[in-house]
Ligand binder design. Structure first.
Ligand code: NAP
Length: 275
């Protein structure tokens, strides 16, 4: 039981397809105790059975990260439940629809500010506000995507947000290292979730990734969950400031693999189907 005795909070479960759910499940299976959060009352009822399933009992709290008072209330609730906690999972992102398709230069300042606030600043704010109850061997984990490093069609505004998030991980890791607190990100391959549905041509991204990743498949929330759990556990006690890829190896590819037909003619090794 790798997570036995560990207590933590997981933000960003919308449903059982969420990456955060995959991480929560892996943590539960390895003995962790958790609280989870929901965005607003609309989601409270939906999340109640999930909280039950994860063994959270009544530890299901509201937390819209754009509301500082809800983050403070979350800290108070966690302190009551657990005293100290050992891990935080920040699996949250949002960009207005206009930022996820169309011309990049047309993104409004309003959309830019919202995306940076919800998807990036919230990691800093949550970590700072929960720090008084973080143990001195804590681990903070967030979720990124390759579109924060290289151009990905339609990822547009979220790409800029993920680039900022990845640097935030590194600066936070340096700042909190002196307190024994580690901060890392998993950069996951594309997975069909609610958030992903907002990205233009997402099903093509899935096919492309499966066709060109060395492992020739898309990743699952269970696979991201296991890697995330490792980063939350003491197995990664000397790992901080890392962007850890869980993408079937897609990020190592410089160009698509080429196959040759019987006449020696090259073509991209892709039949357009995803596994
Ligand atoms: P998801 O299931 O839709 O999860 C996104 C979560 O963010 C939802 O629980 C959503 O809450 C929450 N959220 C949005 N605005 C919020 C706010 N103001 N306050 C609190 N929570 C808020 O999608 P997901 O794919 O698992 O996304 C989780 C993370 O993984 C995101 O950072 C995403 O960018 C990242 N990621 C996803 C992929 C992918 O392909 N799916 C790949 C790499 C990285 P509601 O649903 O209640 O609105």
């Amino acid at each position: 039981m790798i997570m036995k005795g560990k207590k933590g909070v997981i933000l960003g479960i919308a449903n059982k397809k969420s990456i955060a759910y995959g991480i929560a499940k892996a943590c539960q299976e390895q003995g962790a105790e958790m609280a989870i959060t929901f965005l607003n009352e609309r989601f409270e009822q939906k999340l109640a059975p999930i909280a039950e399933d994860l063994g959270c009992g009544t530890r299901l709290y509201p937390c819209d990260v754009s509301r500082p008072e809800e983050i403070k209330a979350l800290r108070d609730a966690l302190e009551k439940d657990f005293g100290q906690i050992d891990f935080i999972v920040h699996s949250i992102a949002f960009a207005p629809k206009e930022g996820l398709s169309g011309r990049f230069m047309d993104i409004s300042k309003e959309a830019f500010d919202v995306a940076m606030d919800i998807s990036v600043y919230s990691l800093i704010e949550i970590t700072r506000e929960l720090k008084p109850i973080l143990s001195n061997t804590s681990s903070v984990l967030t979720l990124s995507y390759y579109g924060g490093e290289k151009y990905i069609p339609n990822y547009n505004l979220m790409g800029v947000a993920k680039a900022a998030l990845e640097m935030t991980v590194k600066y936070l890791a340096e700042d909190l290292g002196r307190d024994g607190i580690r901060v890392n990100a998993v950069s996951a391959g594309p997975i069909k979730t609610l958030a992903a549905a907002g990205i233009g041509d997402f099903s093509f991204m899935l096919k492309w990734n499966a066709a060109h990743a060395p492992l020739k498949k898309n990743v699952t929330i269970a696979e991201v969950g296991n890697s995330g759990m490792y980063l939350l556990s003491d197995l990664s006690s000397a790992v901080t400031g890392e962007i850890h890829y869980v993408d079937g190896g897609y990020n190592i590819m410089g160009m698509p693999a080429v196959e040759f037909d019987e006449n020696g003619k090259p073509h991209i090794a892709w039949n357009g189907e995803s596994k």
